[in-house]
Ligand binder design. Structure first.
Ligand code: ADP
Ligand code: MG
Length: 251
């Protein structure tokens, strides 16, 4: 089991001034697994994902991805190793078309400087365009490919961002509240899409408030409260766990 861990967050601590955002956090995500992280607002969920992608460096502990300790890696390097992320607030290029938005990360980072010269060269190549079109189709946005991304609804922006991640074919996909602000219809479509991705064997960590989404997708769930993992296990073990109930009611 240890050999198959794609991600291991080992004893991570993070303080913001006097505030303890993460404490003793230990998280192991196995290959092909969809691991959900749930917990009240301010529990440290986004901070944990930021630590995994190198945007925040832990005060103590470390992150191991695919056997490599990420202590000194930049977000760009971590992305290049195969970690891609859907942010809590969509990060897209509002003035560019959907197609251009998806083509850019095909050969650049989701999280660092974009190398625009190769982009101009590559965009002429049909295979990148075709790949981008396929990714837009997968997320249900093909009809809008020439539309400016800034004009999309919030739900569609999230789906665009997902396409921008998927074109990178990441080994590990991190999703920070991918259905936030979506209608029930759009949420269901996103769940279907994430199920398809799961069938392809992609390892995922998903932060999610919507318990319907969590229980539809997760193989395992970890519950974060006040910076600590207070419970971890299969969905049926987490459901009805009194400690979890208390953390939610208290949060
Ligand atoms: P969650 O995503 O679970 O809602 P966050 O990880 O965003 O929680 O935040 C955890 C705690 O850390 C909160 O109290 C938040 O205010 C604080 N926090 C997050 N980021 C920063 C930061 N950059 N500077 C100071 N405090 C922060
Ligand atoms: Mg958050």
């Amino acid at each position: 089991m240890v050999a198959n861990a794609v991600l291991h967050v080992a004893d991570v601590h993070k303080n913001f001034g006097g505030l303890r955002a993460l404490s003793d956090v230990d998280l192991r995500v196995d290959e092909g697994e969809t691991h959900a992280i749930i917990g009240p607002n301010g529990a440290g969920k986004s901070t944990l994902l930021n630590v995994c992608v190198g945007r925040i460096k832990p005060d103590k502990g470390h992150v191991v991805f695919d056997g490599e300790v990420l202590d000194s890696h930049t977000p760009y390097q971590i992305n290049q190793l195969g970690v891609s992320r859907v942010f809590q607030t969509p990060e897209i290029f509002p003035d560019l078309s959907l197609l251009d938005n998806v083509m850019i990360p095909a050969f650049a980072s989701r999280d660092g400087a974009f190398r625009l010269r190769p982009f101009r060269k590559l965009r002429l190549e049909g295979d990148v365009r075709a790949e981008a079109e396929k990714n837009l189709e997968d997320v249900g946005l093909a009809a809008l490919k020439d539309t400016e991304a800034g004009s999309l609804s919030r739900g569609d922006k999230r789906r665009l961002e997902l396409a921008m991640c998927l074109i990178q074919k990441p080994k590990l996909l991190l999703l920070d509240e991918p259905t936030a602000g979506m209608s029930r219809h759009d949420t269901n479509r996103t769940v279907d899409l994430l199920k398809t991705i799961k069938q392809r064997g992609m390892t995922k960590v998903i932060i999610e408030h919507d318990m319907h989404v969590v229980f539809s997708l997760a193989d395992r769930i970890s519950v974060l409260a006040q910076g600590r993992i207070i419970a971890s296990g299969k969905p049926e073990e987490i459901k009805g766990n009194p400690v979890v109930q208390e953390a939610y009611l208290g949060g």
